[in-house]
Design a protein around this ligand. Structure first.
Ligand code: NAD
Length: 446
């Protein structure tokens, strides 16, 4: 296993970093990036935005455009970094990047602002940055963006009329369901094959009834990711007992009727918009959105905001028997909550593995291939990547002793760093060093 702390010592990639760090005042920079941080302002429209191109060693930086009042350069950077690890983990020829437009999209002229943002970042698009949808942007924005750049390769998630595979087809939610199914299969394998595992993992396996229809799942967020995760889990006969959104929380311990809920939610933007009679007809009981942390469940899927699993909410998850967290949202867990949960034997499938369905679908779109191929590739890649990360983590706990927990984020991150590190060496022309790194493959657990 390569010690991630040793990268800077043998890579010598960070030689110019200190200089930039000191002169720019940008405190987030490290040996991986960001390569470019662009703050843009268009006085004609008032549009303010940010583009962070984190690392392009594995290909042009890929990442959505977030359109929200709360967008900050630091947030855009963190999301860009997540894209670096996500694209590397998925083995895609993309690097990491992210765009941000700072306003509530419903309070400005959205089309004008998207055009304005496109105009400002045109020199980098698509050679170093390929956009996509994110919170606050849709396939229609991507159509406007691509036309303004003047190149259909400028973004993915475009409408089907423009050769797109929109995220609105549920590619990310599908990937989340594949990640959970793979995790359950792994736990079944530990039992069935009698794999050597630490005591905490055996306890976890024993405490989860791995018959899919006995497992309970709650999902925070019923937008693009959350609603499709619910749909595809329901297709797998896995019981979704609760979903929440910004307006409330719907819960039924016996399992929600997800197809019915999705149909009732058509043309509505939030759960509290469900009309009174439908609430009675289908027995929706709409609770406060934060009640999601106060119900017993086996699996918790955050699919809304950043930082929702934190020092306050993590103990509640533990108290309510959560055993597995599959991160549908980007960066939903704070670092201290992550450590606390891992120490308490909660299995976390990190965002850059679990929610990579969208970017894998984007890659298929970028290649001009079909929707069916996108779903097939998502299933193939997420199954393999999650399985690899789980088995690598298992191998690690064997080495570390009988009481250690499964830290999938740590193992998967090391693999992603290996991939990016070698790509950076190759770009630099340090081919012999890169070859040597490949030759030392026994130090990399794939
Ligand atoms: P979305 O805007 O479609 O849905 C967000 C949902 O979260 C909505 O249902 C909203 O009501 C809910 N929500 C907002 N505040 C909430 C709160 N305080 N409590 C509970 N629910 C709340 O967004 P999305 O596209 O589904 O993205 C969700 C997350 O997944 C984001 O972190 C995004 O970055 C990440 N993600 C999305 C994709 C994608 O393809 N859409 C891909 C990868 C990661």
């Amino acid at each position: 296993m390569v010690n991630p702390d040793s990268y800077s010592s043998h890579s010598n990639l960070g030689s110019n970093v200190e200089q930039y760090h000191v002169s720019s005042g940008w405190s987030e920079i490290d040996e991986w990036g960001p390569e470019k941080v662009l703050q843009v302002y268009d006085p004609d429209t008032g549009m303010k935005g940010v583009l962070v191109i984190d690392n392009t060693s594995t290909g042009p930086g890929k990442g959505g455009i977030r359109f929200a009042e709360s967008v900050t350069p630091t947030e855009v950077f963190k999301l860009a970094r997540t894209m670096t690890w996500k694209c590397a983990s998925a083995g895609l020829p993309f690097g990491g990047a992210k765009g941000g437009i700072i306003a509530n999209p419903s309070k400005v002229n959205q089309v004008e602002w998207i055009k304005s943002f496109a105009k400002m970042i045109r020199p980098y698009c698509p050679s170093q940055y390929i956009a996509a949808t994110d919170v606050g942007t849709t396939e229609l924005d991507m159509a406007v963006f691509a036309h303004e750049i003047g190149d259909m390769r400028a973004c993915t998630g475009k409408p089907q009329e423009l050769g797109g595979i929109p995220h609105e087809l549920g590619t990310t939610g599908y990937g989340v369901s594949v990640a959970l199914r793979t995790t359950i299969d792994f736990l079944k394998d530990i039992k069935r094959k009698g794999l050597k595992a630490s005591k905490p993992l055996i306890d976890l396996t024993n405490s989860l009834d791995t018959k899919s229809n006995n497992i309970k799942v709650v999902i925070q967020g019923f937008g693009n990711v959350g609603s499709f995760a619910a749909k595809f889990l329901n297709d797998l006969n896995i019981k979704v007992v609760g979903v929440s959104d910004v307006s409330g929380f719907v819960f039924d311990d016996n399992g929600l009727d997800i197809p019915q809920l999705m149909s009732d939610m058509k043309d509505k933007s939030k759960l509290s918009d469900l009309p009174e009679n439908q609430q009675q007809q289908h027995l929706y009981n709409i609770l406060d959105k934060d009640e999601i942390f106060n119900v017993n469940t086996d699996i918790f899927i955050p699919a809304a905001l950043t930082g929702v699993i934190n020092d306050k909410t993590a103990p509640k998850l533990l108290e309510h028997n959560v055993k597995i967290i599959v991160e549908g949202a980007n960066i939903p867990t704070t670092a201290s909550a992550d450590q606390y949960l891992v120490n308490n034997n909660i299995l976390i499938i990190p965002d850059f593995l679990a929610n990579s369905g969208g970017v894998i679908g984007s890659f298929v779109e970028y290649q001009g291939r079909t929707e069916k191929e996108a779903f097939d590739l998502i299933e193939y890649k997420i199954t393999n990547n999650v399985k690899r990360a789980l088995y690598n983590s298992l191998q690690l706990i064997d080495q570390e002793g009988d009481t250690s927990q499964l830290d999938v984020r740590r193992t998967a991150m090391e693999t992603a760093k290996q991939i990016v590190y070698r790509a950076m060496l190759l770009r630099k022309g340090a081919i012999s060093v890169a070859r040597e790194a490949y030759a030392r493959k026994e130090r990399v657990i794939y």
